[in-house]
Design a protein around this ligand. Structure first.
Ligand code: PEP
Ligand code: MG
Length: 558
């Protein structure tokens, strides 16, 4: 939710907007309560109504809008957060109580946006850098797609949070986990930033501006040179070919995939069809998006992942009220619980399959039973369509994401019942390390080169091998050239990444040998601590590829 400073002239209108949203929230709660009779749920709603009626809270919100000229959405969020924090300090705040706070806050903000989605409707000016405290992925999808934002800075988040992934997909430089940056920046202030190193300059002087410009020009030249190899295969000096595929969030990214030399699409995150809207997409909308991608990709493989909603990917205005959303009803779990939601997507996938080389990927499979249940629903969707007169292929290759340690460790069995694997390291690392992928306080543990993570990948590759099926990696780890040799050594068949990362990874693979990569991996895995493994890998990569030295991880490791 971006923070916006308002013009003094619109403050009275903003206050009326707040009043209207509060009144509407009370009305909604009363209407729902009436349908519930006497129940525990009704008591909870009564508590919500009391929060809404709290004069202290409203006064604090009004003060922020009037005295600090802040937009109502931001003011509501900040006051609710402060009240919640105070309560947490004064007493043992039960998780459920905090969830109530969040729910009331969401309701007001949702009503504010429903009435006039001020922040989202007023698109930022051309060439702006958007600075936000926390920007939900759904809001980012709206704000960044408009093409006016040339940089994004968020106090919260991490490299693998979906807002950051989305920014990279749209080629918007992005710094996440920027502390309290949003509180120090004023609208209209000049900012320079470097999305690769995470540096931010407030009011840069001419020397700094020149430096940033120079770096940008140098990188552009390097990228242009790398693109000259776009049609060459990623084959190592000793003949091992690794497939380089692209991850996409929107059909509009297909030209970028082809321009960067993507040999196929290794991951289309279909949940983005759900994010920047309130209504569910229809079967026709799914079908159109899939058919467009498949047609444009010709006979190149296109892996479409069934929806992975939940966690940090929720439609606009929604927030999970589960105590542990990352461990809750997300991805395949959500679709198996709501088969009608799944059916819409599966029907569209079958119908679109005639347009190209489609493969279906199921997210976050943790148990064989989930895979079997999903397969039944896939078969059922085909049966229905054939009954309706559609001519369809007998089968579509079906793969699963390996994103939980349990799945990676039982890959030999899962592989008996599917056609390919794709390792989702963004989640695999989060679950292996018990570390929220978007939480910067525990980010020190979120390390792709942790021995435990490497062993999980190694086991997953073995599981694919015994079943003779292909194994890919589509997490952010796959797109970082500094990890390319490690991944080559581990034996991944294909790597799927943000299209713009393909040329740099290709350059490293083409300049490497499989035997060297295996030796490097073995040596790396002989160390005990992640620091030692990282330092070793970065040093070795620096020796072989000095041009990678601009990467922050490498600088830190040397
Ligand atoms: C992953 O977890 O690595 C992955 C590719 O899926 P997502 O980032 O969408 O969770
Ligand atoms: Mg994932």
């Amino acid at each position: 939710m971006p923070r916006v400073h308002l013009d003094a002239a619109v403050i009275p209108a903003e206050l009326s907007r707040l009043d209207a949203a509060l009144a509407l929230s009370v009305e909604q709660l009363t209407a729902i309560k009436e349908t519930l009779g006497e129940s525990e749920q009704a008591e909870i709603l009564e508590a919500h109504a009391m929060m809404l009626a709290d004069p202290g809270m409203k006064d604090a919100i009004v003060a922020l809008i009037r005295d600090e000229t802040l937009n109502a959405e931001w003011a509501v969020r900040r006051v609710f957060r402060e009240f919640g924090d105070k309560l947490a300090g004064a007493e043992e705040l039960l998780a459920s109580r905090r969830a109530d706070f969040d729910e009331v806050c969401d309701r007001i903000v949702h009503n504010l946006m429903g009435e006039r989605p001020s922040v989202l409707a007023e698109l930022p000016p051309e060439n702006s850098i958007l600075v936000a405290h926390d920007l939900p992925t759904a809001d980012a999808a709206v704000l960044l797609s408009a093409g006016r934002v040339i940089g994004l800075i968020c106090d919260f988040g991490s490299k693998t949070s979906h807002t950051a992934i989305l920014a990279r997909a749209l080629e918007v430089p992005c710094v996440v986990g920027a502390g309290t940056c949003s509180e120090s920046v004023q609208p209209g202030q000049l900012i320079a930033m470097d999305g690769s190193t995470g540096e931010i300059w407030l009011n840069p002087d001419v020397v700094e501006q020149k430096r940033v410009e120079d770096v940008r020009e140098r990188r552009k030249t390097r990228d242009r040179e790398l693109l000259e190899e776009k049609d060459l295969p990623a084959t190592t000096k000793d003949g091992r070919k690794v497939g380089l595929y692209a991850n996409i969030e929107f059909p509009a990214e297909v030209p970028s995939v082809l321009a960067h030399g993507g040999e196929g699409i290794g991951l289309y995150r279909t949940e983005f069809l759900y994010l920047n809207r309130e209504q569910l997409p229809t079967e026709e909308e799914h079908y159109k998006a899939y058919a467009e991608i498949l047609t444009k990709m010709g006979d190149k493989p296109v892996v479409i992942r069934t929806l992975d909603l939940g966690g940090d990917k929720l439609p606009i205005g929604h927030r999970s009220h589960e105590q542990n959303p990352a461990l809750g009803l997300r991805a395949i779990r959500l679709t198996l619980k709501h088969p009608a939601l799944f059916r819409t997507q599966l029907r569209a996938l079958w119908r679109a399959s005639v347009h190209g080389n489609l493969r279906i990927l199921l997210p976050m499979i943790a148990a064989v039973s989930e895979l079997r249940e999903a397969k039944q629903l896939i078969t059922q969707a085909r049966r229905e369509l054939v009954h309706e007169g559609h001519t369809l292929p007998e089968r579509i290759p079906l793969g699963i994401m390996l994103e939980t340690p349990a799945a990676a460790l039982s890959a030999d069995r899962l592989g008996r019942e599917c056609d390919f694997f794709s390792i989702g390291t963004n989640d695999l690392i989060q679950y292996a390390m018990a570390t929220d992928r978007g939480n910067r306080d525990v980010a020190y543990l979120y390390r792709p080169l942790h021995l435990g993570v490497l062993r999980l990948i190694e086991t997953a590759v073995e599981g694919a091998g015994v079943n003779g099926i292909e194994i890919s990696m589509c997490g952010e780890m796959a797109g970082d050239p500094l990890y390319a040799l490690v991944l080559l050594g581990l034996g991944l068949d294909t790597l799927s990444m943000n299209p713009a990362d393909i040329p740099r990874v290709k350059r490293v693979l083409r300049g490497s040998g499989l035997r060297d990569a295996r030796e490097l991996l073995q040596a790396a895995m002989s160390f005990s601590s992640t620091d030692e493994i990282e330092k070793f890998v970065m040093n070795e990569m620096g020796k072989r590829f000095p041009e990678l030295r601009t990467a922050p991880l490498l600088e830190a490791g040397l």
